[in-house]
Design a protein around this ligand. Structure first.
Ligand code: GLN
Length: 485
């Protein structure tokens, strides 16, 4: 039953083919048997899941079931969950139990979904390979020596191996789309402001956005409909009506204009990945879309701009972890300063410290104008590049990541090489746009992702194109073999 999509499982529940309790038990059994190989989960909430499943079955029996009632989901461990640990992949929050649910968690819960557990992630969502987690690296089910991408690597690996039919993720610079690409799953990052950030532990607040990792675009549409919408608790959440995304999936692509970004096809793109993207563009053509070249001339500046803006915001956001109010506290402090220093020194890992130091530096008097202000200006240029492109085309397409999954440990000593993984995804966050990665082939027997980018709040169109692509191809249905089959 795990080979089915969320939508198919929903139909099976509605048809009475199985109960939510049976379905939930099936996935919990898979997690127990297979997660030791992957390390995709930090916490499994088995008992509570079964209880929620039984409650969903009762709702269904009473005729009150919606499209998501009784379907299992896993949440990235960055979303606060009432009563269950929310670690954010960090020693700092290893003991933190939130007293409330994040809005995303609350909405999916009220839609009747059953939480299986919390997924592993890079510490505070900082990383592209899931190797910075306090709980150890996550492995890619397509090849256990490879990374699954990051920072939502636990969610991506868990969906790829079907330890859960769907999972939430967050994307600040690519953390949904890049791991989706590396694991052969569908990863949707909505427009900034479309989904509430309330209760989602902040990394870089002007870039962070919640989204989904699923087996299909149709599943992403179902989830987005339940997650999206205005939340008075997040001042950046937008008060615009939520479309019925699932209803628009089958629209024809006849006459649709797709722009391919010239700068995406640079020397950094792995040739076999490029070949898979070219084939995917042919599929879009065969569906009636026209494909033309567009240019984002400032794209090369997106990584340096992001690695100023994101650390700056993180240095401010993470100042709240001081050993007093939340999480880890150093033992036997000599005085208050020693308590602060050692709690932060011992609670945070190396990558988080690197970001906090960079961020503090670029915000400091004398350097602010040279770095932070300059980066904000570059951000504007990048947003304008996208605006100009969207004057000519309806959608932008290209690769999600420069290479397929790489070896665990291959890039951990070289932060700059690691940061370059995000070259195709970061511009989208800087401009606040929605993007999706869909599986489009293989390179060296590892999945390749096609990235589609739409204009602000055009998630409906984005999912429509992704869905039509998936009607024509079957890459998204491929699953890792062996023990995960
Ligand atoms: N890889 C990027 C970083 O390390 C993006 C992370 C993210 O999107 N959360 O910052």
């Amino acid at each position: 039953m795990h080979t089915r999509t969320l939508a198919e499982l929903g139909d099976a529940l509605a048809a009475g083919e199985m109960s939510s309790e049976e379905l939930t038990r099936h996935f919990l059994t898979r997690i127990e048997a297979l997660d030791p190989r992957l390390n995709a989960f930090i916490t499994v909430t088995g008992e509570a899941a079964l209880e929620a499943a039984r409650a969903a079955d009762r709702e269904r029996a009473a005729g009150r079931a919606g499209p998501l009632t009784g379907l299992p989901i896993a949440h990235k461990d960055i979303f606060c969950t009432d009563g269950f640990r929310t670690s954010c992949g960090s020693r700092m929050l290893d003991n933190f139990i939130s007293p409330y649910d994040a809005t995303v968690v609350r909405r999916l819960k009220s839609a009747g979904m059953v939480m299986l557990g919390k997924t592993n992630m890079d510490e505070f969502a900082m990383g592209s390979s899931n190797e910075t987690s306090f709980y150890g690296p996550v492995r890619n089910p397509w090849d256990l020596d490879k990374v699954p991408g990051g920072s939502s690597g636990g969610s991506a690996a868990a969906v790829a191996a079907r330890l859960t039919p769907a999972a939430t993720g967050t994307d600040t610079g690519g953390s949904i789309r890049q791991p989706a690409a590396l694991t052969g799953t569908t990863g949707l990052k909505p427009t900034y402001g479309r989904v509430s950030r309330y209760g989602m532990i902040a990394f870089a607040s002007s870039l962070d956005q919640a989204g989904t990792i699923t087996a299909s675009a149709c599943d992403a549409a179902l989830l987005l409909e339940a997650m999206a919408g205005h939340d008075p608790r997040d001042s950046t959440s937008v008060d615009a009506p939520v479309e019925r995304y699932a209803d628009g999936l089958d629209r024809s692509l006849e006459g649709f204009r797709v722009g391919v970004v010239e700068e995406f096809f640079d020397e950094g793109l792995y040739p076999a990945s490029a070949a898979a993207i070219e084939t995917a563009l042919d599929v879009l053509r065969s569906l009636g879309a026209s494909v033309k070249r567009v240019s984002l001339p400032n794209l090369a500046l997106s990584v340096p701009a992001y690695y100023v803006v994101a650390p700056a915001e993180c240095s401010s956001n993470l100042s709240r972890f001081d050993g007093i109010r939340f999480g880890y506290r150093a033992e036997n402090p000599r005085d208050l300063a020693d308590l602060y220093k050692r709690s932060r020194g011992e609670g945070f890992g190396a990558e988080v410290k690197r970001r906090i130091m960079t961020g503090t530096y670029v915000l400091s008097a004398g350097y602010y104008d040279a770095y932070y202000l300059k980066a904000q200006r570059v951000r504007q240029l990048i947003a304008e590049d996208f605006r100009a492109a969207f004057a000519e085309v309806d959608l932008i397409a290209g690769p999600t990541a420069p290479t397929p999954a790489f070896d665990i440990g291959a890039k951990t000593d070289d932060p700059v090489t690691m940061y370059l993984n995000d070259i195709y995804t970061i511009g989208v966050n800087l401009a606040g746009l929605p993007g999706v990665s869909v599986p489009c082939g293989f390179a060296d027997d590892l999945p390749v992702g096609l990235q589609l980018i739409a204009n602000h709040f055009e998630e409906g169109r984005l999912l429509n194109v992704a869905h039509m692509f998936q009607q024509e191809t079957e890459w998204h249905l491929r699953m890792p073999g062996g023990e995960f089959a």
